[in-house]
Design a protein around this ligand. Structure first.
Ligand code: RIB
Length: 302
């Protein structure tokens, strides 16, 4: 069976410390717990697609270390097509050092490892996967050249192209926008992309309209507990977030993206797909870790 969704992106092993609060510069803090779980924005999004009802293939790199084997295995057990998860010799796998505080906030340092070696040519080798897909998803934890190539190829093939611009450090290359059907940043990413401080629906709308002017097809800005805002040429629509008690917000955005894409390829209408992504993300924040926190379709309230 051909995968309907292809994710081009990162795989990381997440080394997670829980502490009462995040450390300040130069400070040593006692922590409360430590665990190691599979993560990486690309891999998390692929897992979310698979658990939420979509068929999915992953294009990415791991290193030739034990983490690489574990990261690949974590996707295989979800039924994800891993033929395009390649092993880079002599390189470490991607790693994320994550601290989560008592208020469920996190800070993350990523070391790209094999993710940094995912070239456009490496993706092109698996063009058959892109050709067979309906939806292609990218993030920004692999080289920009590779994202640029994939977005352009997705547009050329007439696929639905989703970019989750995470992590965002500044504006996107202008040429990318014409290739993006759905641009889906969170508040801080929307601010990095536009220079507009995003804190509520009104500011999200301004940022969304700016991203439309730059050429994005549609914009979905996720606002955490404040829900999500869909901004299109026709107007805007707010989707309130389900109310939950958060434990760990890591991978909530990835769960939203994967749930949204899975719903689209199952034929749900855009608004229903956003709402499903939100329900999945809300459940994920009540659980610890990246991939272990992502729910299955059967767990979601209708
Ligand atoms: O979005 C969450 C992810 O960001 C983590 O799993 C970590 O690997 C980083 O890539």
């Amino acid at each position: 069976m051909h995968a309907k969704v292809v994710v081009v992106g990162s795989l990381n092993m997440d080394l997670v410390a829980r502490a009462q609060r995040l450390p300040r510069a130069g400070e040593t803090l006692p922590g409360e717990a430590f665990f190691t779980v599979p993560g990486g924005k690309g891999a998390n999004q692929a897992v979310a697609v698979a658990r939420l009802g979509g068929s999915v293939a992953m294009i990415g790199n791991v290193g030739d270390d034990a983490y690489g084997q574990q990261l690949r295995k974590a996707l295989e057990v979800e039924g994800i097509d891993c033929q395009a998860v390649s092993v880079c010799e002599g390189v470490s796998s991607g790693v994320a050092l994550i601290t989560v505080d008592a208020a469920s906030q996190n800070c993350i340092v990523i070391i790209p490892g094999g993710n940094g070696l995912l070239t456009p040519q490496a993706v092109q080798r698996f063009d058959a996967l892109l050709q067979a897909a309906e939806v292609i998803i990218c993030q920004l934890e692999v080289p920009y050249d590779t994202v640029a190539w994939t977005l352009a190829r997705g547009r050329e093939l007439g696929k639905q192209v989703i970019l989750n611009p995470a992590p965002a450090t500044g504006p996107l290359p202008p040429a990318w926008f014409a290739h993006i059907d759905y641009l889906a940043p969170n508040e801080s990413e929307a601010e990095a992309l536009t220079g507009i401080a995003v804190s509520d629906q009104a500011s999200a709308r301004r940022a969304g309209e700016r991203l439309l002017q730059l050429g994005a097809g549609k914009v979905i800005i996720t606002l955490g507990a404040q829900g999500a805002l869909l901004v299109t040429e026709q107007g805007h629509r707010h989707f309130p977030a389900p109310s939950v008690q958060p434990l760990d917000t890591t991978a909530a955005g990835d769960t939203f993206i994967g749930g949204f894409a899975a719903a689209l390829v199952r034929g749900l209408e855009e608004g229903e797909a956003i709402a499903l992504g939100q329900r999945a993300a809300a459940l994920s924040v009540t659980r610890a870790g990246a991939q272990p926190s992502i729910p299955y379709l059967a767990e979601l309230q209708p």
